[in-house]
Design a protein around this ligand. Structure first.
Ligand SMILES: [Zn+2]
Length: 438
């Protein structure tokens, strides 16, 4: 049989279209620098710090971010709306007294499929050595003014453009106290039945130079993606134990997609996909989304300097501790923002991830029959079936099967892993959906 698109060792990457190239060029390291410096200037952004001091504390940071998002929204032709999304957290781990927790959320409504949603976050709270210390300086430049600055810069350039699907840009709070802000954001979306098809946390994306004597790696960003889904049910686990698929969860497919669309000369970055949920002993806001069954991943710099995270600002034995602006590389953060923008734009402009993908297991056969639901995208052109050896990390073959919702291929499902992706008339490809037996 013919295998159009087949290429030994992996499928060709998707190249940025003209609109995406123009968008990426607008991402401005100087604006990112201004944002990081401004956020650090609030002294501390600790969750338990002042919420009404106009100069110092998390409340001042919250209000400043809100103003910036409102400015971006003013250029969006009414498509971007901004809200302070807030609730009062009762006393809990790392929250000793009732505390108002506020996410600053800008939503860019999709023009074609507003119900299909992608989320990108950075957390604007910070911390010192003691996680309950709300008064010491905690500039949080890398962790995580860098992530907030990247999200804000993407929001600024995207606000001026129409996207087919909806994108939510959020500066979330209380990450350091235990992911409280993102937990609230994810729950609000879940309660509304929102179809979140991907989420990215940008947390510690400040530099490719660990300032620890090792060589800088300024063209790499790590992307942590889990394998077995956090939200896996016992029934799903039974299927996985029977036929595999531990490397084919929706977050793994998202990781493959990001590298496919965002590792190119226009972003200037390599995406080092790491197949684990997060680093040892650490977590981030993507976990709030994984817990609710949403595909999610975490961007972070290639090598961390732990003297510059979660530390009081001080010099000890000649070593500078603290999360200071001077250790950030604003051009690096801009490149991370470009990676995010390439991923979000490509997700929003492509059709959504195919739904209801079934691999027919009603009888023993050496052929493979796949079925799926028709895409609601107005510009749908058709679908590709992709497959790879079970031992291969990435998709190796693609076969265009036309604008249909079922196909039979003369390759045994016992020997390879299959997936389905949708294609629009401009050639934008969706993330791959792995089939479930049915
Ligand atoms: Zn962080």
């Amino acid at each position: 049989m013919s295998r159009p698109g087949a290429k030994p060792g992996g499928l060709p990457e998707q190249q940025p279209d003209r609109a995406l190239k123009a968008l990426l060029r607008e991402i401005d390291p100087h604006r990112i620098e201004t944002t990081v410096r401004r956020l650090a200037s609030f002294g501390t952004r600790h969750t338990l710090s002042s919420q009404d001091d106009p100069v110092r504390g998390i409340g001042a940071a919250r209000d400043w971010i809100y103003e910036q998002f409102r400015d971006y929204a003013a250029a969006s032709g009414g498509r971007m709306t901004v809200e302070l999304q807030s609730y009062v957290q009762a006393p809990a781990s790392r929250i000793p007294e009732p505390t108002r927790i506020t996410n600053v959320v800008a939503t860019l409504r999709g023009t074609d499929e507003p119900g299909r949603v992608y989320v990108v976050t950075g957390h604007y709270d910070s911390r010192a050595s003691d996680v309950l210390d709300a008064t010491s300086d905690a500039p949080g430049a890398d962790d995580d003014a860098s992530g907030v600055a990247a999200v804000m810069e993407i929001a600024r350039v995207m606000a001026r453009r129409k996207t087919q699907a909806t994108i939510v840009f959020a500066a979330v709070a209380a990450e350091e106290q235990g992911l409280y802000g993102s937990d609230h954001l994810a729950q609000v979306l879940k309660d509304a039945g929102t179809d979140v098809q991907a989420m990215f946390s940008n947390d510690i994306v400040g530099t490719g130079d660990a300032h620890d004597g090792t060589a800088a790696d300024p063209r790499t960003v790590r992307l942590f993606v889990e394998g077995v889904p956090t939200s896996e049910t016992p029934a799903q686990a039974t299927t996985r134990l029977s036929v595999g698929g531990e490397n084919d969860g929706p977050s793994r497919q998202l990781g493959r997609f990001v590298r496919d669309v965002a590792q190119n000369p226009q972003t200037g970055m390599s995406v080092r996909v790491v197949w684990r949920r997060d680093r040892y002993l650490r977590g981030s806001d993507h976990i709030s989304f994984l817990l609710r069954g949403y595909p999610a991943a975490r961007f972070t710099e290639p090598r961390e300097n732990f003297a510059h995270e979660h530390q009081n600002v001080r010099v000890e034995n000649g070593v500078q501790y603290g999360d200071l602006v001077e250790f950030c590389d604003f051009r690096y953060i801009a490149r991370v923002a470009r990676v995010n923008a390439a991923a979000l734009w490509s997700l929003a402009q492509a059709p959504g991830t195919p739904k209801g993908v079934i691999i027919d297991t009603t009888q023993l056969t050496n052929a493979t029959t796949l079925r799926w639901q028709a895409s609601p995208a107005a510009d749908i052109a058709g679908y590709e079936v992709v497959w790879r050896e079970t031992t291969a990390p990435d998709w190796e073959h693609a076969l265009a099967v036309g604008n249909v919702t079922a196909t039979t291929i003369d390759i045994s499902k016992d020997n390879v892993f299959f997936g389905v992706r949708a294609i629009d008339r401009d050639g934008h490809r969706s993330p791959v959906a792995a089939p479930v037996p049915g």
